[in-house]
Design a binder for this molecule. Structure first.
Ligand code: NAP
Ligand code: ZN
Length: 352
């Protein structure tokens, strides 16, 4: 065991602050990574503030961060796919049982024994796992991703959660040329959803509550932008979408979007608001529409997504911040004031 530097929250209302945490020495199949950048996901904020208490209560101290990119510093004797000096990525998963039907299908995100990167029971050290707001992390090789060498690392980090969480449902629901796709909410997930849907050939419409994001939405790849408070603009799209990806982090009216789906259209929730959303039965049954959810993605698909990004030059649009600005960044996240992902330059942790 060794001590790593980290930023952690002591309870649901305290700001994140500098701390040290235990990390295990790499075992046979482990990879140790020096973290260079870590994205700030809205899930970090939900967890730090214990907003998901009824589903996944937060254990403190909490070190969030599951959009990790860095350099391999050490590998265990059984590691074959990485060597010191390699670039490496880690997303939301660091372990699973490797044997259940989901793991066998390469869908570790559905393993009943999956270990999340933070706030999951730590099989090695006891307590809970600690995430990427830290200078290093030790992860089973199976959960470590190869990072394309041609991409900007600060912009790669968010691909490990915002990237895969949007890529996976767009692929699952067959988004391709000729499909009309809506993306609700232009934040970290939403802006990646726009980039992927556009890259897959769809006609992309962004729904935003922020009129100031209109020009950016078009630049990011949207064909059209709708200000969701404008009922007339919304009505123009009634019954026309094959697929809508809802990335909103707070309470909102999803019936307004269900009504925009075509026959057999699907709305998938990836946003995870604190409180349950109300659904009108009529919106679903007229039109045989469906409502789904989708959590992150499996390891094989995460690698596929990273390779796709390498090939197509896709990264997140990031605002790079030092770790000392993390609490300010959280306040801005709540106000939907992020363009379009905060990426923490972990070198800033050295001065703590
Ligand atoms: P984010 O960057 O904060 O973006 C959320 C966006 O939602 C905002 O930029 C805003 O877009 C919109 N929004 C915020 N409050 C709203 C409100 N009251 N009404 C309507 N729209 C509102 O967050 P994120 O990191 O993309 O995460 C989004 C959600 O996905 C979070 O709940 C997060 O926990 C969840 N998540 C889920 C998974 C998964 O596996 N399913 C993975 C990662 C994250 P506009 O300004 O354009 O309206
Ligand atoms: Zn996330």
């Amino acid at each position: 065991m060794y001590k790593a530097k980290a930023y952690s929250a002591a309870n649901a209302t305290s700001p994140l602050a500098s701390n040290t945490i235990p990390r295990r020495e790499p075992t046979e199949q482990d990879v140790q990574i020096e973290i260079l950048f870590c994205g700030i996901c809205h899930s970090d904020l939900h967890t730090v503030r214990d907003e998901w208490h009824s589903v996944m209560p937060t254990v403190y101290p909490c070190v969030p961060g599951h959009e990790i990119v860095g350099k391999v510093t050490k590998v265990g004797s059984g590691v074959t796919r990485f060597k010191p000096g390699d670039l490496a990525g880690v997303g939301c998963l660091v372990d699973s049982d490797h044997t259940c039907p989901s793991c066998r299908d390469g869908l570790e995100q559905f393993c009943p024994e999956m270990t999340l990167t933070y706030n999951s029971p730590d099989k090695h050290l006891g307590g809970v796992t600690y995430g990427g707001y830290s200078d290093s992390i030790v992860v089973d090789e199976h959960f470590v991703l190869h990072v394309p060498a041609n991409l900007n690392l600060a912009g790669v980090a968010p691909l490990l959660c915002a990237g895969i969480t949007t890529y996976s449902p767009l692929r699952h629901w067959g988004v391709t040329t000729g499909k009309k796709v809506g993306v609700v909410g232009l934040g970290g997930l939403g802006h990646m959803g726009v980039k992927f849907a556009r890259a897959f050939g769809a006609h992309v419409v962004v729904f935003t509550t922020s009129p100031g994001k209109k020009a950016d939405a078009l630049r990011l790849g949207a064909h059209e932008v709708v200000i969701s408070s404008n009922a007339e603009e919304m009505q123009k799209h009634a019954g026309s979408f094959d697929f809508i990806l809802d990335t909103v982090s707070a309470d909102h009216d999803i019936n307004a979007y269900i009504n925009l789906l075509t026959r057999d259209g699907n709305l998938t929730l990836v946003g995870a608001p604190e409180k349950p959303l109300a659904v009108s039965a009529f919106g679903l049954l007229f039109g045989r529409r469906s409502l789904s959810g989708s959590p992150i993605g499996g390891i094989a698909e995460t690698q596929e997504m990273l390779d796709f990004c390498g090939k197509h030059g896709i990264t997140a649009d990031v605002e790079i911040i030092p770790i000392q600005k993390v609490n300010e960044a959280y306040e801005r996240l709540v106000k939907a004031d992020v363009k379009y992902r905060f990426s923490i330059d972990m070198a800033s942790l050295k001065s703590e």
